[in-house]
Write a protein that binds this ligand. Structure first.
Ligand code: FAD
Ligand code: UDP
Length: 366
């Protein structure tokens, strides 16, 4: 008999299992995939740590969370500075003075602000109601057309007018010549890859891979006093109120006999026609000097049952549906719901860790 059955060996499940085990509890961690780590999983290919489920850059403003992850392994000084390729034109991201200079030839922050203000005025938007209006209010129509509209509509498979504005607010807009994609105080990539961290977290738990909770639900639930569930909340309730929508992704990996393919870890393709959104060159996350290189093209696709659900689509329709499931979840006494899928939230890694640690505190006290 276990104290906890943890469904999902991703970041939420692993932090919870690690903390519970530290407190003398017995955990069984299962995952339907054949590896641990969930979406942060990294794999060694040609001596390069390949981010199997897309680029993962750790960033946080929370010192405790930064120290927590650093207690498992050292982080390097990588700072994410993606570039955008719009039909062969290269622009710096996030939107900053380098972007404005390349686009409009402006030199000073004042000139850039004026340009954005003009375009905003022309659009007539006063209170942004969706992603498109929010984006134009922040950076004007030129940047919206070249760097946001195409990328966003590929990424989400929906018109930008039907998407929530918070998605675009993830990106900083700066009137300095600073290409750092994040505003957070701490940022880096773990040496040895994220899998090293998860391995350490799960060192003293029982782990069973290739096990789907729903294939053997009753038996598995019977093996522990409580369940920590990090899969899809609507599936947990047999989709009784309807199906929550997700965006899925297809990752196309290639090993190339070249030392440096694109000169940057992340290049975004922001035109509508190129079918992928990003090309990742993994070695640059760790300043790699290997002879070969591994690149990944990321193609967004609509999710259907059986696909990997990567991004929750937090529009009004899904928010209403999620609330219904959450009401049921709140009544459960022996099930804890956590992570991106079970709480249907567009969480970054540091937020998932913080949520897991909050849950640990609730369960065991400070
Ligand atoms: P997951 O990692 O999804 O883990 C859930 C696990 O549960 C999975 O392993 C799954 O197989 C398993 N599972 C589900 N259902 C079942 C079942 N029925 N039975 C058994 N097992 C099951 N965050 C950042 O901070 N920085 C970034 O740069 C960043 N980039 C990202 C890029 C992409 C493309 C994506 C998709 C996400 C990115 N994230 C990033 C977010 C980050 O991946 C998540 O915050 C984090 O991995 C979520 O952890 P989790 O445990 O909630 O979920
Ligand atoms: N985005 C964009 N152009 C870019 C990069 C991002 O329009 O070159 C928009 C897009 O809508 C995306 C959102 O900003 O979904 C958030 O970007 P982020 O890089 O945070 O996405 P993630 O890494 O989570 O996929």
């Amino acid at each position: 008999m276990y104290d906890y059955l943890v469904v999902g060996a991703g970041l939420f499940g692993s932090v919870f299992a690690y903390e519970a085990t530290k407190r003398g509890k017995k955990c069984l961690v299962i995952d339907k995939r054949d590896h641990i780590g969930g979406n942060v999983y990294t794999e060694d290919v040609e001596g390069i740590n390949v981010h199997k489920y897309g680029a993962h850059i750790f960033h946080t403003n929370n010192k405790d969370i930064w120290e927590y992850v650093n207690s498992f392994t050292e982080f390097n000084r990588y700072t994410n500075t993606p570039v955008a390729n719009y039909n062969g034109e290269i622009y710096n991201l996030p939107f900053n003075m380098n972007t404005f200079n390349k686009l409009w030839g402006v030199i000073t922050p004042e000139e850039a602000k004026q340009k954005i203000e003009e375009q905003k005025k022309e659009s007539g938007i006063t209170e942004p109601k969706n992603l498109e209006e929010q984006a134009i209010s922040l950076v004007g129509t030129d940047i919206y057309e070249k760097l946001i509209k195409g990328y966003t509509e590929k990424q989400w498979g929906r018109p930008a007018t039907e998407l929530p504005s918070f998605i675009i607010k993830r990106l900083p807009v700066r009137f300095t010549y600073d290409n750092n994609y994040f505003n957070d105080k701490y940022q880096g990539i773990p040496t040895g890859g994220y899998t090293t961290i998860i391995e350490k977290m799960l060192e003293n738990c029982d782990v069973k891979l290739g096990v789907d909770f729903f294939a053997d639900r009753e038996q598995l639930e019977g093996m522990a006093k409580k369940t920590v569930f990090t899969g899809m909340i609507d599936e947990f309730y047999n989709y009784e109120f309807g199906v929550l929508e997700y965006r899925s992704l297809i990752f196309e990996n290639e090993t190339l006999n070249t030392e440096n393919y694109q000169g940057n870890a992340v290049v975004n393709y922001t035109d509508r026609e190129t079918p992928y959104t990003r090309v990742i060159e993994h070695k640059h996350f760790e300043f790699g000097t290997q002879e070969k290189t591994v690149i990944t093209k990321e193609y967004p696709t609509e999710w259907k049952k059986g696909d990997e659900p990567y991004y929750p689509i937090n529009n009004d329709k899904n928010t209403v549906l999620y609330k219904k499931y959450k009401e049921l979840a709140d009544k459960e006494e022996n099930v804890i719901f956590g992570g991106r899928l079970a709480t249907y939230k567009y969480y970054d890694m540091h937020q998932v860790i913080a949520a897991a640690l909050t849950q640990v505190e609730k369960e065991f006290g400070k």
